[in-house]
Design a protein around this ligand. Structure first.
Ligand code: BDR
Ligand code: CA
Length: 365
């Protein structure tokens, strides 16, 4: 009998074999899609919607070093720092990686209905924890982020995934302008939300807090959604061993990741946030697209609080088992009180060791 473990270890072997073949082909001079095609595995085509941001930058670098993913576009949005910084930071990462073929489109300068709140206390004034990279020489494309997202998804219905690791303003704008679009998205992995308390307020996670109205639109869009929230990202702590491996990597992407992560730890320690623990939230969201078995997944119905005086941006997860265990006499008699249908799967457990291994293996090798 084949057990779940057998399937997982076979998948891990296949994955390692695939990565080894891809790395070998890369060393042989076959780069980009030809190497990946020759490696014989279908890639996941992704758009990265992001607000770089230290962990965003690491997530981008991780994606670019992972043959399972084909990055089709990057769409920066205002979040950790204003768009005037997230946009060039995305271009900087692509220039560092020599991937200026990937289009970058400027996204929203602020949330749908609110003033922008940034997190420069955690990401530094430049969004990269103060680490300086050369001024980018490439330019964003002329289209706005929401237009580029729409064009790419409409051009390949059912084939493109979105990895959304910033406030969800760009996606909400695209979905509002084109209500049929969510049905054409393959899936969306969101770093955002939390069922176990917030990191910007006691109730809310940062990305959901910055633009709760956008988050609510996206969660209600009907697109298949995986929520990688603080429930799992807070279980991650990037260790000194990982930082040292990255800092001594034989490639500039790994070294850049090591520099900005270390600088962020120093910034967090200076500001007294989270005892300087580095969760690398967005990198976990990206890793879960590379290796889906990294996190457990639980179907739920997610609502985003948009009106609460103290709770704006809080994400609430309705789980069917909660209702099933309710005392009989309290069971809802009115069908309007029936448990709402799931609109997302939520990650609740993560294989921390495997995540750190994957991060190091991809960026430091
Ligand atoms: C999220 O907020 C941002 O500061 C990080 O980049 C991440 O996307 C974590 O709450
Ligand atoms: Ca982010």
């Amino acid at each position: 009998m084949t057990t779940g473990e057998d399937v997982q270890s076979a998948a891990a072997l296949n994955r390692r074999d695939f990565v080894q073949r891809a790395v070998a082909l890369g060393a042989a001079g076959l780069v980009g899609s030809s190497a990946r095609a020759a490696a014989g595995e279908r890639q996941r085509r992704i758009i990265i919607d992001t607000d770089p941001g230290v962990d965003d930058a690491v997530a981008i670098l991780l994606a670019l070093r992972s043959p399972e993913l084909s990055v089709e576009a990057i769409t920066p949005v205002a979040g950790n720092v204003p768009l005037s910084l997230t946009l060039p930071n995305a271009l900087r990462m692509l220039e560092l990686a020599g991937r200026t073929d990937i289009p970058v489109a400027a996204g929203a300068e602020g949330p749908l209905e609110r003033e922008l709140i940034t997190a420069s206390y955690a990401h530094g004034n430049n969004g990269l924890a103060g680490v300086e990279f050369p001024e980018p020489t490439t330019r964003p494309v002329a289209e706005a982020a929401s237009q580029l997202i729409t064009r790419l998804i409409r051009g390949s219905p059912g084939e493109i995934s979105i990895v959304a690791i910033g406030p969800l303003t760009n996606l909400a704008l695209a979905f509002r302008a084109d209500p049929a679009l969510p049905s054409m998205v393959k899936d969306i992995t969101i770093m955002g939300g939390s069922l176990s308390g917030g990191n910007i307020t006691p109730a809310a996670e940062f990305n959901a807090y910055v633009d709760p109205e956008a988050a609510q639109i996206v969660f209600h869009s009907g697109a298949p959604i995986t929520m990688i929230g603080l429930d799992v990202t807070r279980q991650i702590s990037v260790t000194e061993v990982v930082l040292q491996r990255l800092s001594s990597a034989d490639n500039p992407l790994g070294r850049a990741a090591g520099r900005i992560l270390r600088a962020q730890i120093e910034q967090l320690r200076r500001t007294g946030i989270d005892d300087g623990t580095l969760h690398a939230h967005d990198a976990l969201a990206m890793a879960s697209c590379i290796e889906p078995g990294l996190v457990s997944r639980h179907p739920m119905h997610i609502e985003v609080e948009t009106r609460g005086e103290w709770t704006a941006g809080e994400t609430l997860g309705y789980r069917r088992p909660l209702r099933r265990s309710a005392p009989r006499q309290q069971a809802p008699s009115d069908s309007s009180l029936a448990p709402p249908a799931a609109n997302a799967v939520v990650a609740l457990e993560v294989d921390v060791g495997r995540f750190l291994e994957l991060l190091t293996e991809r960026l430091a090798a």
